[in-house]
Design a protein around this ligand. Structure first.
Ligand SMILES: [Cu+2]
Length: 151
């Protein structure tokens, strides 16, 4: 949180709860999904999660009508082989950005109901431990080079 905003809370809003004003310091930036081939059963979503607050938060759940399930995964390299591990919840430390990006953390869409087509978007709901729930429209973009291993 910037000093300016903190001063605003303390000086001009003493009667209001700072918790209420500053209740959701967590936000999502730059969410996008990789376009998939026509027969794909899985898709992947990337984003940056920002916590401007003073308390840790965590991404604990996600769901979308585009797929049966949305799971948080981490890609790890073991003996030169990329493997994906489920991440039950993703800690977002205070004052930090956590990036879901190719070859790292990602939201995996499992059992896609339809292929993800570049230029379209689909709804995604994400839930945080703080109680925040966000509804996003995730744009689908053509994949650049640098792959994401399939399940
Ligand atoms: Cu995955």
């Amino acid at each position: 949180m910037s000093m300016t905003r903190r001063i605003f809370l303390l000086v001009t809003a003493p009667a209001l709860s700072a918790v209420a004003l500053d209740r959701w310091p967590t936000s999502i930036l730059d969410a996008w999904a990789r376009a998939t081939p026509p027969m794909a059963r899985t898709g992947v979503v990337y984003m940056t999660i920002r916590n401007e607050g003073r308390e840790p938060d965590a991404l604990i759940a996600a769901q979308t009508e585009a797929a049966a399930r949305a799971e948080l995964h981490r890609t790890v390299i073991e003996n030169g082989i990329a493997r994906m591990q489920p991440v039950p919840h993703l800690e977002i430390p205070p004052g930090s950005d956590v990036r879901l990006e190719p070859n790292g953390l990602h939201l995996m869409l499992i059992e896609l109901r339809a292929p993800l087509v570049a230029g379209t978007s689909f709804p995604l709901r994400v839930k945080f431990r703080s109680g925040l729930e966000l509804a996003l429209a995730v744009p689908v973009r053509t994949a650049r080079a640098g792959g994401h291993s399939a399940h």
